[in-house]
Design a protein around this ligand. Sequence first.
Ligand code: V07
Length: 255
Amino acid sequence: MPIKIPFTKNKKKNTQQSQSLDADHIPKHVAIIMDGNGRWAKKRGLPRIAGHKEGMSVVKKIVRHASDVGVSVLTLYAFSTENWKRPKNEVDFLMKLPIDFLNTYLPELIERNVQVQTIGDTEFLPEHTRKAVEEAIERTSDNNGLILNFALNYGSRFEMVQAVKQITARVENGELSTSDINEQLFSSHLYTADLFEPDLLIRTSGEQRLSNFLLWQLAYAEFWFTEVLWPDFDEQLFEQALHDYQNRKRRYGGI
Ligand code: V07
């Protein structure tokens, strides 16, 4: 177990930092790779699924906080196309998390005016998972607060390949000509067509790579990494990321 005293100190420091957040320059779209759940569990001699469960509670905290500080879109990498390769019991457990999360938290999301969306190939999720997520999307579709965007069965290369296929089909049927193809048209064929591009990417647990997440969309984003494992991530660290984002913008964004 980590020593708790320095954390109390940090908490105070970070509370002060939170007061210095510039409300006019909150990143509109924050994307997070919530890594380190398995490692968190292993460190405690618990099964990996215990880490995922704990990670889910952190999602709730960060959603509340993001909506409080005025973030417009929060995209969370919940399940990648690669995650199917994990042991069956782990995949089965992960597929229950959206249901569990929505059972306990959908009323609060509605209360908070949050709109649930997804990116990824959700067609191939188990029926019960897909149903629960679709119901949440439906029941929050009139909300106009934070967009809580879950990447579920998401892979960026797959997303881009399907965009190319859709565009090609439109060229073949004469709806478009090759000269119509530009960055904007390409973007409009991605799952994220209706969202702003992320301003800030957060990845926990010390890994510093994209792992097939939003490769096109992150072209201009600031990247922020922490060694902290996702189940240990909290509001203070989220504030820290926003604070560092604002400082970078101040330093490099002057011209
Ligand atoms: C998942 C918890 C967070 C850490 C990373 C992996 C495990 C929330 C959801 C979720 C998804 C859709 C939805 C509502 C909630 C979720 C999966 C994994 C697959 F509409 N957390 N979480 N989905 N983890």
